[in-house]
Design a protein around this ligand. Structure first.
Ligand code: GLN
Length: 304
């Protein structure tokens, strides 16, 4: 396995030149566009890593999976009264359709509008929403050291006019309750949680084993919630590239604009990938190509 990963990193490394590091959150510009790393963890606990797998990066949209899980734990299916489950054919940070006369609720919890709704549905006042999400994430990944990156948080907060516009529109439509700035702060903080590929692989194994952290028999989350979250990752996790991704790679996954990708092979593997140079959709360019190759070599697609 290690040899395979080394080979695929070497093959895909040149593709890092083809993407662009995110710049709309100024602090993300500091990433090295040439980085490419991967870790794959099997259900028995064997870990294989290659490339720049030990870099730290912020979760960004990958945190939307945790917000969805916690919102479902707190509210059950009522979450879907405020956010849909359908793939969107427009950019992750779009306001599109939200302000139509009979405007839709956000299409799904993996785009910003939907994620701001799920974060708002996490129970707790003030810092409590974020604190509960961080606590859950530490348990899921069996890593008590995970914390958020203050610089990235402040950088996003200072430049988040579009997310702010989305959130106030949601409030106006009655889809968001409570203090908008407080909800946005929780959302920016969850996006700024810092991880590496090993953490993502551990989160992946938690999802792959239906709610049990690696090496534990304790179910932290109901299987039904995990299945719903995996289904939504599968259909919406790569935004408007989700269809192509599903055909080519065929496993549930979620990307973030810092370049991370969390991928899950149910009952088998948790995978963490990092490559901060992004494609036009805001997904890790070399990261997705690496996953395509890996999926072919190991026959990972859930349809194979
Ligand atoms: N924090 C980012 C934002 O709200 C997350 C987006 C992403 O990773 N695609 O714009």
């Amino acid at each position: 396995m290690k040899e395979l990963l080394d080979r695929l990193i070497e093959k895909n490394k040149p593709l890092t030149d083809k993407g662009q590091v995110a710049s709309y959150i100024p602090a993300l510009k500091k990433a090295n566009p040439k980085d490419l790393g991967i870790c794959i963890l099997d259900i028995e606990g064997n870990l294989y890593c290659a490339g720049d797998y030990d870099r730290k990066f912020t979760m960004q949209s990958i945190s939307k999976v945790m917000a969805l899980i916690l919102a479902l734990m707190d509210n059950g299916e009522r979450v879907f009264e405020r956010v849909g489950m359908k793939p969107a054919d427009y950019a992750f940070n779009s306001l599109y359709k939200l302000d139509l006369p009979h405007g839709d609720k956000p299409a799904n919890p993996m785009i910003n509008a939907g994620a701001i709704v799920t974060t708002s549905l996490i129970k707790g006042e003030g810092e409590e929403k974020f604190d509960r999400l961080l606590k859950l994430l530490r348990e899921i990944s069996s890593n008590q050291h995970i914390k958020y990156n203050e610089e990235v948080y402040l950088s996003e907060k200072a430049t988040a006019d579009k997310n702010r516009a989305i959130a106030y529109l949601l409030k106006n439509k009655g889809l968001l309750e409570g203090d908008v700035e407080e909800i946005l702060n929780a959302y920016f903080k969850q996006c700024s949680i810092e991880v590496d590929c090993i953490d993502l692989a551990r989160i992946g194994i938690f999802l792959a084993s239906k709610g049990r952290p690696l090496g534990s028999d304790e179910k932290l989350v109901d299987e039904e919630i995990i299945n719903t979250s995996l289904a939504i990752m599968t259909s919406c996790g790569m935004y408007d590239y989700s269809g192509e991704y599903l055909a080519q790679v065929g496993i549930p996954a979620k990307s973030g604009v810092a370049g991370g990708v969390l991928a899950v092979v149910p009952n088998r593997f948790g995978i963490g990938v990092y490559a901060p140079a992004l494609d036009q959709y805001g997904n890790s360019l070399a990261g997705l190509e690496l996953l395509k190759d890996l999926s072919k070599e190991l026959k990972l697609s859930i349809f194979s």
